[in-house]
Design a protein around this ligand. Structure first.
Ligand SMILES: NC(=O)C1=CN([C@@H]2O[C@H](COP(=O)(O)OP(=O)(O)OC[C@H]3O[C@@H](n4cnc5c(N)ncnc54)[C@H](O)[C@@H]3O)[C@@H](O)[C@H]2O)C=CC1
Ligand SMILES: O=C(O)[C@@H]1CCC=N1
Length: 270
């Protein structure tokens, strides 16, 4: 499968790292980005071919992944349009609605809209996906195999659910890193070294996440099992409840989903 990426930034790099040598070789991956440093890095790491602007290489691709910022999508779509004939267009942009993208591509119908996340870099991503009516069964399977090469996939029937997916798993790695940062900072404030705090916090996250994945029991039961009545965890969870941590997480996720909808409305307006 030949895959072209328009945009070679953070998320494209995570996808290429997961894909190269797995689903396809770097030689079958082409990356377009005006940033020469980004192209040099990707070429050096994964032996992908590169170009600073959209060129003839796009015609040879089976799948064109749109990995630019939402604000750049319209301009990129206009430049891409003359090069499209039979390729599947796979967008990873937050907010941008498939119908607006199809319009900017001059009515091009073969579009899969997705929301991946950066753990794709180590093959542990998860991607929410929705196909438009113009996508063939073969193209849908191709999109699924690309994203499954870097993790799990969740197909959605309703495109509106991409914004909630963005709020959960697209932006989610940042919430986890934020929590780990806070734990590391508190560990240091309590006298542990930076390295000890890092080791303890990371092993706790990785261990607890794997336990939750592998356990047949819901996370509520797992949490209760750590929480002895009147013990240390009880003190910590009571403090979090008093601080409104669960409500704050809910509000943060609502804000992420709302921002996705807002981007779609703003950028799709004309
Ligand atoms: N970073 C993340 O965790 C996730 C990002 N996304 C989506 O992925 C997209 C890219 O995000 P990031 O990789 O984080 O951004 P980024 O800023 O790291 O990458 C964007 C890249 O596009 C390039 N670019 C700018 N104009 C271009 C043009 N005309 N043609 C080709 N390339 C051009 C830039 O030089 C840059 O390398 C966004 O739409 C975002 O919503 C989706 C899921 C997760
Ligand atoms: O923050 C963003 O807009 C992108 C989409 C999901 C993760 N990063």
């Amino acid at each position: 499968m030949k895959i072209a990426f328009i945009g070679g930034g953070n998320m494209a790099t995570a996808l290429i790292a997961g894909l190269a040598g797995k689903l396809t070789s770097g030689a079958n991956i082409h990356v377009v980005d005006p940033n020469a440093d980004a192209l040099a890095r990707l070429h050096h790491q994964f032996s992908v071919s590169t170009s600073p602007t959209i060129d003839g290489a796009i015609a040879a691709a089976d799948v064109v992944v749109l990995a630019v910022k939402p604000q750049q999508m319209r301009e990129v779509a206009a430049a891409l349009q003359p090069h499209l004939a039979r390729q599947l267009v796979l967008s990873i942009a937050a907010g941008i609605r498939a119908a607006d993208l199809a319009r900017w591509l001059g009515g091009y119908a073969a579009i899969v809209r997705t929301m991946p996340n950066t753990p794709a870099l180590i093959g542990m991503g998860i991607t929410g996906m929705v196909a438009t009516a113009g996508v063939s069964g073969e193209q849908r399977a191709a999109a699924d195999s690309i994203m499954r090469a870097v993790g799990q996939t969740v197909w959605l029937d309703d495109e509106a659910l991409i914004d909630p997916v963005t709020a959960v798993s697209g932006s989610g790695p940042a919430y986890v890193f934020f929590f780990i940062e806070a734990m590391q900072k508190a560990a240091e404030e309590m006298g542990l070294s930076a390295e000890q705090g890092r080791q303890l916090a990371l092993a706790t996250f990785a261990g607890a996440a794997q336990l939750a994945v592998q356990s047949p029991e819901p996370v509520t039961v797992l949490r209760e099992r750590v929480t002895s009545k009147g013990g240390t965890t009880y003190a910590a969870i009571t403090s979090m409840e008093q601080s409104g941590v669960a409500a704050a997480i809910g509000a943060a996720m609502q804000a992420a989903a709302a921002r996705g909808r807002e981007l779609g409305e703003q950028l799709g307006r004309d």
